[in-house]
Design a protein around this ligand. Structure first.
Ligand SMILES: [Zn+2]
Length: 237
């Protein structure tokens, strides 16, 4: 299946501040270079993103906002919207769906990207709920009678790309933007240890980062040596 044409506007929705870069960073970087207006909606505050039981969580949340903005700029000169829901407690009910609906009606994306809610055996509840909120929020945003009083004109995107897809049926090339993806991921320094297995206190941090680069690159590599991000593409929205 051919890659999508770079859209006028794209909205990517993630549960946590680094999820979008992992799932769709290379695609968003390539589209941004082609002129796409990129928006990121981060649904939770990232306040569970530490293995340190004594961590100051208010400070962690503030740090993760800064990291998310830096990553978005590095990736795609993107605007970040924060849902502000508590990390680990995300629900795909009306409150979350309303935020997704409002963001879609405001940003008016041609393409929406998000977690695949149908991915089997997924443990983290926020990723499941973020996926459902994305799918359900699209349905609400496209119909004028959902969320009366919310405001904004209803809007129907052309395509939905689900990352971490249970059954991928589409790829986007990231040969030219793998470095931008990894550089954006590394902006999330608070997550180096817990999510990226990068030890910032190691004697040779450059080697730790080099290994992380190789892991991310290897995960993107196809049998014929190209680098891609894999998705489930839905166009019947
Ligand atoms: Zn996550």
């Amino acid at each position: 299946m051919n890659p999508l044409a770079a859209p006028r506007c794209a909205l990517a929705i993630g549960a946590h501040p680094d999820d979008i870069e992992f799932g769709a960073g290379g695609t968003l970087a390539r589209w941004s270079a082609a002129g796409t207006e990129v928006h990121l909606l981060v649904l939770t505050d990232g306040s569970k993103g530490t293995w340190d039981a004594a961590d100051d969580l208010d400070r962690l949340v503030a740090t993760r906002v800064d990291e998310a903005r830096a990553a978005a700029t590095t990736l795609a000169r993107a605007t970040v919207h924060f849902g502000g829901f508590v990390d680990g407690e995300l629900e795909s009910g009306a409150a979350t769906r309303r935020v997704v609906c409002a963001t879609i009606r405001t940003v008016r994306p041609d393409v929406v990207l998000g977690h695949d809610p149908w991915q089997r055996y997924r443990l983290h509840p926020d990723h499941r709920h973020a996926g459902w909120a994305t799918v359900d929020g699209i349905v609400a945003a496209r119909d004028p009678h959902f969320f009366p009083g919310l405001g904004g004109v209803h809007h129907r995107p052309d395509a939905l790309l689900l990352f971490e897809a249970d059954e991928p049926n589409h790829t986007e090339p990231i040969d030219t933007t793998i470095d931008a993806k990894i550089d954006a991921l590394l902006c999330h320094r608070s997550q180096w240890r817990s999510t990226m297995d990068v030890d910032a206190g190691a004697s040779d941090v450059d080697a730790e980062i080099a290994r992380f680069r190789e892991r991310v690159t290897a995960a993107a590599r196809t049998d014929d040596g190209h680098l891609v991000e894999r998705y489930r593409l839905l166009t019947e929205l």
